[in-house]
Design a binder for this molecule. Sequence first.
Ligand code: NAI
Ligand code: MG
Length: 358
Amino acid sequence: MSKQILCLPGDGIGPEIVVEALKVLDVVKSQFDLDIEVSEGLVGGASLDAHGVPLTDEVLAVAKKSDGILFGAVGGPKWDDQPMMNRPERGLLKLRSEMGLFANLRPAMLFPQLAEASSLKHELVAGLDILIVRELTGGIYFGEPRGVRTLENGEREGYNSYVYRESEIKRIAKVAFEAAQKRGGRLTSVDKSNVLEVTALWRELVTEMGAADYSDVELSHMYVDNAAMQLVRAPKQFDVMVTGNMFGDILSDCAAMLTGSIGMLPSASLNEANQGMYEPVHGSAPDIAGQGKANPLAQILSLAMLLRYSLGEIEAADAIEKAVSDVLDQGLRTGDIASEGCTQVGTTEMGDAVVKCL
Ligand code: NAI
Ligand code: MG
């Protein structure tokens, strides 16, 4: 049976870069004889304009039946005065929660050709390739009870709950172990088990799983404060890192910025059925939308992740990543990654160049 990809371009530069990813998909489909059907839908501001809501039930239903969703970006000044519950971003949040996308995969890759874009020294980051696996639907961001209460003496107190169930810890750890098996075979689990009971349970369970089911993965543990230090001291020591929602939020943004180029970074959010939503880390970039300047490579690399993680088409994914590296070798750069001695190109030319390399 053919695999289904739902394409949700969204707003701003979203549609411009998704078109380039679809060109790339067409090529790998014929090259690797992939049986994939692509449909398209509206999300975010585009859906608000057409239907009055950022995500319709119809599009959500198609999303739930898809093997993978290729998502562009949503939002922009046009919709900034919408009430909070009807903002474009709600479309994204609704997809995440309705589909149970609990595993957020955030690679921080630095193509050696772009090492000068990093704020760190060349030798520390050239060839950097880390994958951060962040739990996305639990932990302190969702734990109950939560709120602000007034104490007897009239002072107010804010409180949140850091809660993880065994089943939640095990399912995110499984994603991370399996990702490590597909990559360099090393996993670092990040916690604060010296202070927080919930993460002591986390460490205990991850250790058990490693010994029982993943003896081929080299497992280590690190406290989160040390992990933050190590990320900026010697980031290349890591292969896959797994951690809870809040630590992962912070560490993944830190790792992303080691690469210095927001237009290059893809991400994936997966559920238990291995369905996933794949999107660039960046937003809809309204400041450059409609000008043909946007870097389509984060979107194209998001497509590669879709093929790798939700469709299991490893060869096609590898080929796309290699083609991206090849266009960088040729010295082609969009404005966001431009440097001296390189050829500056627009969105379409960059997409065409990737197609040609394939
Ligand atoms: P942004 O990521 O859209 O832009 C930040 C800066 O990076 C801008 O100067 C932009 O031109 C540049 N940039 C981003 N992607 C680029 C690309 N592919 N090529 C070249 N340059 C690129 O973040 P910002 O400005 O904070 O947000 C703009 C809108 O996007 C807002 O409405 C925000 O809510 C939305 N947003 C949506 C996200 C999503 O759909 N997942 C994530 C983040 C923001
Ligand atoms: Mg963040």
